[in-house]
Design a binder for this molecule. Structure first.
Ligand code: NAD
Length: 382
C-alpha cells in the first residue's frame, strides 16, 4: 500500500513509519517539524538524543534498502498538502500530525488558539484533500480516549445505543473532554463523521490511550533511529515521566489523589494497531471508531509499579502528591470497551515489571540530558 504518515517525525509517527516500511509498504512521511521547535520554545528536550529526520531516513535506507520519502511542510498549507497527495496518491493517510499536549493547549489564549487552529484546520484540509485528490484513500486518524472524559457509565467504541421516550437510536458516544487539546480532537471527530456522511470518505478514528515505552524492533536497530522520549511537565505523559523521575532521583509526582484512571498502551501496540487499521479499511462512507488501548490503571498504581521496579534496581524513589494543576475528577468510575482491535488480531504487550525495567534501562543511559527544572508541572487549568 502507498501510505502517508503525517506527523512521522514524532513519538508515535516515527516508529509507525519504520514498522509499515518494514512490512513492505511504500511509506511517505509528512511533517513540519513543529514538535522540535516546541522543545526550543519550552527550553526542553527529548531524553534520548534524536537525529534529524533526514539522517533518520538515510540510516533506514542504509540498513534495510527501503526508502521512506519525506515532505517537510504544514497540513495547514493546502497547496503543499495537495502536492503531497498528487505525488503520492495514498491508499491510506495516517494522521498523527497534531499538537498533542493538554498542558500546552492550556498555557494561555495563544496556545489554545494555536492548538485548535493547527489541529482542526489541518484535519479539515486532509478531509478536503482526500475528497478532491484521493477519494478512495482510507483516513486513519489518531483521536484520544480523553475525548470521552470519565462518564459514570461504560465507554463504548464510538457509539451508544440509546432508548429515549420509547424510541431507539445508535448515537455518537457523548464527549466530555478535559482540555482545549482534547476538545480539538472532538471537533476533528465531528468533522470526519460529517465528511464520511456527505462525501463517502472511509475513515477510522483511533481513540488512543496514553502511549508508554520508547523502542520498537525497528527503532532499536541503530542509535540514529532512536525514538523521542518526553518527560517535561508539558509533554511528558504519566508512566514515561515517572520512569524518568525515578532514573534521575526525582520524586514521582502524582497529581492530586492519583485515583484518576486512564487507558494505556505500549508504543509497540500503537504501530501494530495502525497496521491492523490499514489492512482492514473502513468501507466507503463509514466512520469507524476503535478504542486503541490495552489496559487501564490509576495514576497512583502506575507510580507504585515504577517505584517497585526502580527500587529493585537500586533507585529508591518517593511518591509525592502535588496539588493537581488540572481540573479533573479524582474519584470516578472507569470502564471502557476495547474489543474491536483485539478481534482484528491485536496481541497486546502488557505492562510487566520486565517492560518497565527495559524502559528504565534506556532512560538511565541518557539521564544526564534531563533538565530537572522542567519536570514539575508549570501549567495550571485555572
Ligand atoms: P508528537 O508531538 O511527538 O508528534 C506529532 C508530530 O506531528 C510532530 O512531529 C509534529 O512536528 C507534527 N505536526 C504537528 N502539527 C503539524 C502540522 N500542522 N503539519 C505537519 N506536521 C505537524 O505527538 P505523538 O505523541 O507522536 O502523538 C501523535 C498523535 O497521536 C497525536 O495526534 C496525538 O494527539 C495522538 N495521541 C498521542 C498519545 C500519546 O500518548 N503520545 C495518546 C493519544 C493520542
Amino acid at each position: 500500500m502507498r501510505i502517508v504518515v503525517a506527523g512521522g517525525d514524532g513519538f508515535c509517527g516515527w516508529p509507525t513509519a519504520l514498522y509499515l516500511s518494514k512490512q513492505g509498504h511504500d511509506v511517505t512521511i509528512l511533517d513540519n517539524l513543529v514538535r522540535r521547535k516546541m522543545d526550543d520554545e519550552l527550553r526542553s528536550n527529548s531524553v534520548t538524543p534524536i537525529a534529524s529526520l533526514e539522517e533518520r531516513v538515510v540510516k533506514w535506507k542504509e540498513l534495510t534498502g527501503k526508502e521512506i520519502k519525506t515532505f517537510i511542510g504544514d497540513l495547514n498549507h493546502y497547496d503543499f498538502l495537495k502536492e503531497v497527495f498528487r505525488q503520492t496518491q495514498p491508499d491510506a493517510f495516517v494522521h498523527f500530525a497534531e499538537q498533542r499536549s493538554a498542558p500546552y493547549s492550556m498555557m494561555d489564549r495563544e496556545h489554545a488558539v494555536f492548538t485548535q487552529t493547527n489541529n482542526v484546520i489541518g484535519n479539515l484540509n486532509v478531509l478536503y484533500a482526500i475528497k478532491e485528490l484521493a477519494p478512495d484513500c482510507h483516513l486513519i486518524k489518531l483521536g484520544t480516549m480523553g475525548e470521552y472524559g470519565t462518564p459514570n457509565i461504560d465507554i463504548e467504541e464510538g457509539y451508544l445505543e440509546v432508548e429515549h421516550n420509547g424510541r431507539k437510536d445508535k448515537l455518537p458516544f457523548p464527549k466530555q473532554p478535559g482540555s482545549f487539546y482534547h476538545l480539538s480532537k472532538v471537533h476533528d471527530s465531528h468533522n470526519i463523521m460529517f465528511a464520511c456522511k456527505i462525501w463517502g470518505i472511509r475513515a477510522t478514528d483511533l481513540n488512543q490511550g496514553i502511549v508508554y515505552g520508547l523502542h520498537t524492533d525497528e527503532t532499536d536497530m541503530d542509535p540514529v533511529l532512536v525514538n523521542r522520549l518526553d518527560y517535561d511537565g508539558v509533554f511528558g505523559t504519566a508512566l514515561n515521566r515517572f520512569l524518568i523521575q525515578a532514573a534521575t532521583g526525582h520524586d514521582l509526582t502524582v497529581y492530586g489523589s492519583g485515583n484518576q484512571t486512564r487507558a494505556f498502551l505500549n508504543i509497540k501496540d500503537t504501530v501494530r494497531c495502525i497496521e491492523i487499521a490499514a489492512d482492514n479499511p473502513a468501507d466507503r462512507g463509514e466512520f469507524r471508531v476503535f478504542n486503541q488501548f490495552t489496559e487501564y490503571f490509576s495514576v497512583k498504581e502506575l507510580a507504585e509499579k515504577v517505584q517497585k521496579v526502580a527500587d529493585e534496581n537500586g533507585l529508591p524513589a518517593t511518591i509525592t502528591h502535588l496539588k493537581n494543576p488540572r481540573i479533573e475528577a479524582e474519584e470516578h468510575y472507569y470502564h471502557a470497551v476495547n474489543t474491536k482491535l483485539r478481534d482484528l488480531g491485536l496481541e497486546p504487550h502488557l505492562l510487566t515489571d520486565e517492560v518497565l525495567k527495559g524502559i528504565l534501562d534506556s532512560v538511565i543511559t541518557n539521564r544526564n540530558r534531563v533538565i530537572k527544572e522542567n519536570v514539575i508541572p508549570s501549567v495550571t487549568w485555572k
